[in-house]
Design a protein around this ligand. Structure first.
Ligand code: 4AD
Ligand code: MG
Length: 443
């Protein structure tokens, strides 16, 4: 009978037994009579040893990195002091390379196409190959776990998942970043946020969430802006602004606990980000006006090179400097209406500002944007007027304010930004499969 087919990662160490494995050659190293291969299969790595005649076969001698193979052999514990993934190695007695599955060698070898010196743009063109790197694959595996954790935690919080459309005829976050296209000879856009649709679900489904793509025609190259990103959005009915903040910090902490409860994922996070520490609740609260004071005090200028003043946007660089200096999650709240989206209600105690929040994380800055929503019909109409948006195409949104409106609020979290923070990646581009941003739409 055939030996059991096993994956390479942890937990598959049935030492002393004969097994069958499949994978690609991650590394190979030869000594006189012995050949060592590190095999990779997406679940982990395994050291494989070829000795005797097996190491001298034509296929073994000409073996190239990334070639995929099937190997049979006996799993043994490695001698004390020797290094091998999961402290075990496979002593091969048979191997097979499927016809057509050999990786290119010579000038076309993967090591010639992707190396430490390859230029950044070329590396991005070769994303389909650089994905195989240890760091890239760890980040993507952590991403899968984080996304799953959101679903688990949302179910615990009794929130229901919906799937709003990506093709829309209304803007949410300002006309400047809309991707417009021809939709059967009508103007339409790729959605910037599912928020408005989530709001319409509250009366029928209760609290809802979605994890969908959002699109922004960002016209600058930054570490944290993509043209297409994964947007985790939640909308909660009958809440106060304080409820919203408490929900957000609970959500993030629970998602992190859930993610880190898998030992392999925890190992990957700690390898990528050795200084990672679970954030503590409650997060620090800081009002926009306090942030302005902080920036003035620390002589961090605004975008015009002047000291910050009330009404200024806090730009990416200033925001990150402040967040890095404070070095813990911050809820930055109560932004002036003028620098925020139309749907945000005014604060009852200070009508200059809104019931709005950004969650800032060290190393990245804003990872969440949220707010209460104007629930009064007339107030919403005034808001449309202020930003000069025609409310007609929003009839389905404004109708909500005619038929049983409610105090409600919600937020959007950028999944790639959350991962950049968790996995300590310099840019969000490394936190998605095939990044899309200004000037790049391939591979
Ligand atoms: O702050 P934003 O624009 O808020 C909204 O879209 C709300 N309508 C969400 C809601 O309340 N349901 O975006 C929310 C988050 C940001 O905090 C950021 O993490 C991420 O989405 N984000 C981007 N991520 C990558 N690339 C971009 N171009 C992004 N723009 C926003
Ligand atoms: Mg924002």
């Amino acid at each position: 009978t055939d030996p059991a087919k096993i994956k390479l990662g942890n937990g598959s160490d049935v030492k002393g037994t004969r097994v069958r494995v499949f994978g690609r050659v991650h590394r190979e190293r030869r000594q006189k009579e012995v050949m060592f291969i590190t095999l990779r299969d997406g679940y982990g790595f395994m050291q494989v040893i070829f000795t005797g005649p097996l190491a001298k076969t034509y296929d073994a001698i000409t073996l190239t990195r990334e070639t995929s193979m099937e190997i049979l052999g006996e799993l043994r514990e490695v001698p004390a002091g020797a290094h091998a993934p999961n402290s075990r190695e496979l002593h091969a007695d048979y191997f097979k390379i499927h016809p057509g599955c050999k990786a290119a060698g010579g000038d076309d070898a993967i090591t010639n196409r992707v190396s430490k010196d390859t230029e950044h743009a070329t590396l991005l063109d070769l994303r389909h190959l650089t994905l195989r790197g240890e760091n890239s694959s760890k980040v993507l595996i952590v991403r899968d776990a984080v996304e799953h954790a959101f679903h688990v935690v949302y179910k615990d919080l009794r929130m229901r998942k919906v799937s709003p459309p990506a093709l829309v005829q209304t803007q949410v976050e300002g006309g400047a970043t809309l991707f417009k296209f021809n939709y059967y000879n009508e103007d339409a856009y790729l959605t910037q946020s599912s928020q408005l649709y989530l709001e319409t679900c509250l009366p029928s489904m209760g609290d809802v969430y979605c994890i969908e793509k959002s699109f922004r025609a960002e016209k600058s190259l930054t570490r944290r802006h993509l043209a297409e990103y994964s947007h985790v959005e939640g909308e909660l009915d009958f809440i106060t602004f304080e409820d919203l903040l408490e929900h957000l910090e609970l959500l993030m902490c629970r998602v992190l606990e859930e993610t880190m409860s898998d030992p392999l994922i925890k190992q990957y996070v700690m390898e990528l980000n050795p200084e990672f520490q679970m954030p503590e609740r409650p997060f620090m609260r800081m009002k926009y006006t306090e942030a302005i004071d902080w920036l003035v005090e620390h002589e961090i200028p605004n975008e015009d090179g002047e000291p910050h003043k009330f009404g200024d946007d806090i730009a990416e660089a200033a925001e990150r400097k402040m967040t890095d200096a404070i070095n813990r999650p911050i809820f930055l709240t109560h932004f002036p209406a003028e620098i925020k989206a139309f749907y945000m209600p005014k604060d009852k105690d200070d009508p200059r500002v809104t019931e709005s929040v950004d969650c800032l994380m060290p190393g990245v800055g804003e990872i969440v944007g949220g707010s209460m929503r104007i629930h009064d019909y007339d107030e919403l109409m005034e808001a449309f007027k202020r930003v000069d948006i025609d409310p007609t195409p929003y009839y389905w949104y404004t109708d909500q304010r005619k038929y049983g409106s409610s105090p409600h609020g919600g937020y959007g979290l950028g999944l790639e930004r959350f991962l950049a923070w968790l996995c300590k990646q310099h840019t969000v581009r490394d936190c998605c499969l095939y990044p899309r941003y200004f000037g790049r739409c391939k591979p």
